[in-house]
Design a protein around this ligand. Structure first.
Ligand code: FES
Length: 98
């Protein structure tokens, strides 16, 4: 168990390790785009991981390829549907408003 803090709202939620950031956000009732429903194909769930980046799952090939096609990507970018939470608190910044 850990926590997920969501910016810009600043709300913090308890989350289970092994959960994708997307599923944690949806379970918390946060609005986030997810056009391909978590298959790393649309890029609409692009977020910035502001804290705890090194504690979530590593970027795999499919996610990396999709991130390469997006505008505004930085070293903090992840696809929420591909990033799996660990046991350490994480802070994410949402970019899209649904
Ligand atoms: S929901 Fe489409 S890439 Fe994450």
């Amino acid at each position: 168990m850990s926590t997920l803090t969501v910016l810009p709202s600043g709300k913090t939620y308890d989350v289970a390790a092994g959960t994708t950031i997307l599923n944690a956000l949806l379970a918390a009732g946060e609005a986030i785009a997810r056009k391909c429903e978590g298959e790393a194909k649309c890029g609409s769930c692009h977020i910035f991981v502001q804290e705890g980046r090194k504690t979530i799952s590593r970027i795999q090939k499919l996610e990396n390829e999709k991130l390469d096609t997006l505008v505004g990507v930085s070293s903090k970018s992840r696809l929420a549907c591909q990033a799996v939470l660990g046991e350490v608190p994480v802070t994410v910044e949402l970019l899209t408003f649904v």
